[in-house]
Design a protein. Sequence first.
Length: 306
Amino acid sequence: MGTLLVRRLAALVPVILGVSVAVFLMLHAVPGDPAQIIAGQEASVEDVAQVRHSFGLDQPLAVQYARFLSRAVVGDFGTSFRTKRPVIDEIGDRYGYTLLLGAAAIAFAVAVGILVGVVAAVFKHSWVDNVCLLVSLVGVSVPNFFLGLLLMLGFSVWLQLFPLTGADTAWHVVLPAVTLGLPSAAVIARIMRSSLIEILGNDYIRTARAKGLPEWLVVGRHALRNALMPVVTVVGLQMGYLLGGAVIVETVFAWPGLGRLTVQAIAARDFPVVQAAVLVLAATFVLVNLLTDLVYSILDPRVTLS
C-alpha cells in the first residue's frame, strides 16, 4: 500500500506541471500589459519600461517560466503586482476560507444527495420518486450565480435568516455552501438512486427480505454499503466542480476565499497570484482524487491503487 501510494503521488507531479504551463501560457496570451496597469494609465513610456524590467516581464517567456518554477518548488511564488505582498501570504490568507466553503458544500451535497437518492430508490416509480427526480433536475439545471442571488433574496433580504455577504460568523457559510453544493447534491442523488435500485434487485437482497428482516435493515445493512461505491467516485469528481464553482460563488457572496482572490488578480493582470492560486487549486483537486481512491479501496478491499 505504501509503495503504491508513493507511485500515485509521483504521478501527480506531471499533472501539476502541465497545469502550471497551461496557466502561464494562457495568462501571457491574454491582451493587455500588466506593466501598464501597475504603473498607471498616466505613466510615461520610460516608467512602464522600468516597471516591466523590475518585475522581469521583459524576459523571454521560457526564462520567466523557469524562474517561476524554480521558486515555486520551494514555496516562493514571488510578489503580488497589485499589493506588493508575498504571494504565499496572499494565498495563505484566503486558502482556509476556500477549504471551509468546499468542506461545507461537499458535506451538504453528500448528506442531501444520499438521503434523496435512498428515498427515491426505496419509493421508486411513486410520486415521492418523481418529486425527488424533479428536485434533482432543478438542482443540476440552475446556474450557481442565479441560485445564489435567489437564496440571498429569499433567506437574507426577505426572511432575514442568514447574513447577506462576508465571512464573520459560522452562519455566513450556510448560503454559499448550499449554493455551491446543491448541483453536486443533485448529481449524487441521481447516481445513488440508480445504484441502490440495481443493488436492491440482487439475489442476496431478496434472501434478506425472505428472512423477514425489516426493509430499513435490508437497505441500511445489506444494500447501502455496496450502493455507495459509484457515489464515492462521483464525490471525488464533484470536488473539481466545487473548486471551479467556488470562483463564482465566492464573488457573489463576497466570500474572502481563493476563488475571489483569483478573480481580482485576473482583473489586475496579477500574474504571480493567478499562477499560484490556480496551482494550489489544481493540487487540491488531485489530492482529493487520491483520497477518493483511498476511500474506495477501504470500501472495497479488492480495489487497489495501482
